[in-house]
Design a protein around this ligand. Structure first.
Ligand SMILES: NC(=O)c1ccc[n+]([C@@H]2O[C@H](COP(=O)([O-])OP(=O)(O)OC[C@H]3O[C@@H](n4cnc5c(N)ncnc54)[C@H](OP(=O)(O)O)[C@@H]3O)[C@@H](O)[C@H]2O)c1
Length: 247
């Protein structure tokens, strides 16, 4: 394979999928497990029993840095691919997303920021130092097109959009820092399309015919995008079809 995630030795790639219990995360872990160039897939989830078989299960919670550090210590280095496939659109209680500033709530905003921006940033803190120094290692966090400020014409979903915009900014920052510490590595955010998962389930009514991906299709497209990445792409947000989405 050309581009990113080239094996740097004959032992095969070591991959970690955070959120391997989710719709897209599980599909990503399963597809990586099936690849001949992949030696090890670590699936990290709140409930390790829900990590697809074939992946090595670990427990973590995005709201506990200690649990992220513990999982990363167990995984060890080097890593060729780190995927962050976690996220929330509504609160754990089911409330949200907000349609108007009138319904803004500090606790709701803090919860969405904790899950969509702070947790992935802490995963980066503990995984970026594990990225292999050879080959073309990749850190990719699943963001969302609605986190693009430039693309925002509809408004609404305040905490989700803002927390994903924050995630995009954080990963851009990490990419710049990574350029100095591990210049072969690439850090990006990805938009998976509209995907049939528990996250999107309550909001699928207005999705146009043929525009709702299965998690398997989305995961396959995201892995294709990752395979085509180069160091010049680091810090950017890409959609499932490889198109760059402006911040
Ligand atoms: N589906 C779409 O249409 C769509 C569109 C754009 C962007 N995205 C993004 O794609 C990513 C994956 O979402 P999905 O559609 O696959 O949704 P999903 O099936 O609901 O998966 C979400 C994942 O996040 C995990 N998670 C939530 N809170 C957590 C916590 N405190 N600690 C650890 N893990 C936690 C969930 O774990 P549990 O299973 O334990 O809850 C689950 O593994 C998200 O970033 C989402 O914003 C999705």
């Amino acid at each position: 394979m050309n581009g990113c995630m080239e094996p740097s030795d004959s032992n095969g790639l070591r991959c970690a999928v955070f959120g391997a219990s989710g719709g897209i995360g599980a599909a990503l872990a399963e597809q990586l497990c099936a690849r001949a160039d992949v030696a090890e897939v670590h699936g990290i989830a709140r409930d390790p029993a829900r990590v697809p078989s074939g992946a090595i299960p670990h427990r973590f919670d995005l709201t506990s840095e200690a649990s992220i550090a513990k999982a990363c210590a167990a995984i060890g280095e080097p890593l060729d691919l780190v995927l962050v496939a976690t996220g929330r659109l509504t609160r754990e209680s089911g409330d949200g997303p907000e349609k108007s500033w009138r319904t803004l709530d500090a606790d709701a905003m803090a919860e969405l920021y904790a899950i969509n921006a702070i947790g992935p940033a802490l995963i980066a803190k503990h995984t970026l130092p594990l990225l292999r120094k050879q080959g073309k290692p990749v850190f990719a966090a699943i963001s969302a097109k609605v986190g693009s400020i430039a693309d925002n014409r509809l408004g609404g979903w305040h905490s989700y959009r803002a927390s994903k915009a924050a995630l995009n900014m954080l990963v851009r920052n990490f990419a710049i820092e990574l350029g100095r510490t591990n210049p072969r590595a690439v850090a990006v955010t990805l938009h998976p399309g509209t995907v049939d998962t528990p996250l999107s389930q309550p909001f699928q009514r207005n999705v146009a015919e043929g525009k709702l991906f299965t998690p398997e299709i989305s995961a396959a497209k995201l892995l294709q995008v990752i395979a085509g990445l180069d160091t010049v792409d680091s810090g950017r947000l890409f959609a499932w079809d490889g198109a760059e989405i402006p911040f």
